[in-house]
Design a protein around this ligand. Structure first.
Ligand code: SAH
Ligand code: TYD
Length: 408
């Protein structure tokens, strides 16, 4: 029996993924024998409704100078984050007298818009290699982990923030109370803290179980975020669904009573009740759906292997580390994974050791089937690869929300 990271209530495991490697820990063949594994289990808290990992590896094992996730690999995401900054600029009238902070700025995909608009800012990014790329874009970056101590130091060195942004980072941080105490200190009395992360409602509706991996310690909903904000004298006052990362939610938070409460919040809370996100039994049903995807996908890959088909994969995502390791997808079933990120190429996927190759190698191959590990970028990737797929008569294999073959 473990305690909830948010409210300390006893929580029960609803899903056990067994031993899993570091999701972004791509390895060379010399490293095959000393890979780090941890026991990956998820639990639901019946009191504050937070869905969470029971155990998370130490943060330095995941976020460091060789971090393999570079945000700017998707052109769609570049546009998405420009629109996020536009939205907050309109809400907060951001300009040369404002102060904006981004928690987890990675290679500067979002914060580059502050440079363009002349908004004084600070990007917080502990992974030194991606932080360096952000710096080269003219972004002011500190290579620290955001927490209460960093918030105190930042508000002393600069000033209180009119806007604090974060995307796909909050869900990575287990010491969430320290983060929210930091937000309380750093946020101006009329400031907005807006963050977005993969949304529990989409994960349940689409059975996107592969959002569960070492870095994702929390799976947020309006219910759980509202509970958490209240614990710190803050308030969830607006909410906006996003289509990114297979379905995300943007949460807008202020000091209590600082902004009018939008009806979007109460509507979302009602919707979540209709999905059962406040009840443990919903997560037991989710398990059964994962097992169905697992047996369907493995049966398909095995059949194609027996028929001698050439099957490769596209996008060496962190998500696919869970899919490959939990399902047992070996290099016998998938010949290679294509990925545009140079740091991943020439290495092997965590745990299952499928070779990662460049997009050029993919384009020179003649696959029969391509398993789309980066299913969240399906539109962008399918458009970009349509001509190539047609030229070799290849078909896509999707597995979220269910296993299906897509003819091009
Ligand atoms: N915001 C980007 C990057 C998301 S990846 C995007 O949406 O594409 C998660 C990032 O959070 C990594 O770059 C990681 O180094 C960073 N990170 C992890 N813990 C953090 C913390 N406590 N404070 C700030 N950044 C953190
Ligand atoms: P993504 O799904 O964004 O994230 P996560 O690692 O959090 O699951 O990762 C997308 C991966 O796919 C990334 O390694 C880059 C790669 N990619 C391509 O190879 N080609 C593309 O056209 C796109 C959009 C991504």
């Amino acid at each position: 029996m473990k305690n909830c990271l948010i409210c300390q209530t006893n929580i029960d495991v609803f899903m056990d993924f067994g031993q899993q490697p570091i999701a972004n820990g791509f390895v060379t063949n010399e490293q095959f024998n000393d890979e780090y594994f941890f026991h990956m289990q998820t639990a639901f808290c019946p009191k504050c409704t937070m869905v969470q990992l029971i155990e998370q590896p130490d943060r330095e094992k995941m976020f460091h100078e060789n971090y393999a996730f570079f945000s700017s690999t998707s052109n769609y995401m570049v546009k998405h984050f420009a629109a996020f900054v536009d939205d907050m600029t309109a809400r907060q009238n951001l300009g040369e007298n404002s102060f904006a902070v981004e928690i987890g700025c990675n290679d500067g995909i979002l914060s580059q818009n502050f440079v363009k608009a002349g908004v004084p800012h600070l990007g917080v990014e502990p992974s030194k290699n991606v932080a360096e790329i952000a710096r080269q874009k003219g972004i002011n970056v500190t290579t620290e982990f955001f927490d209460k101590a960093l918030a105190e130091a930042t508000s002393e060195e600069y000033k209180k923030a009119d806007a604090i942004f974060s995307a796909n980072v909050m869900c990575h941080i287990p010491y969430m109370h320290s983060v929210f105490e930091g937000i309380k200190i750093l946020l101006d009395e009329n400031g907005i803290f807006a963050f977005e992360d993969p949304y529990l409602g989409d994960i349940i509706q689409k059975t996107s179980f592969d959002q569960i991996y070492d870095e994702h310690v929390f799976f947020f909903s309006a219910h759980s975020v509202s509970y958490l904000a209240n614990m710190h004298g803050l308030e969830l006052f607006d909410i906006a669904p996003q289509i990114t990362h297979g379905g995300s939610m943007r949460y807008y938070i202020t000091h209590k009573d600082a902004k009018p409460l939008s009806q979007n919040v109460s509507k979302q809370l009602e919707f979540e009740k209709s999905l059962g996100l406040h009840e443990g039994k919903t997560f037991t049903a989710f398990n059964a759906k994962i097992d169905k995807i697992k047996s369907d996908l493995i049966a398909l890959l095995q059949k194609l292997h027996n028929e001698g088909k050439k099957v490769v994969a596209y996008g060496a995502t962190s998500k696919s580390t869970t899919t490959a390791n939990y399902f047992g997808i070996t290099p016998q079933l998938i010949e290679f994974v294509s990925d545009t990120t140079p740091i991943k190429q020439g290495k092997y996927t965590p745990g299952m050791h499928i070779p990662v190759v460049s997009q050029e190698t993919f384009a020179a191959s003649k696959p029969d089937y391509v398993l789309l590990f980066a299913w969240n970028h399906a539109k962008e990737i399918m458009e970009n690869e349509a001509a190539f797929m047609k030229s070799c008569g290849a078909k896509w294999i999707m597995y979220i929300p269910k296993v299906e073959i897509i003819e091009v």
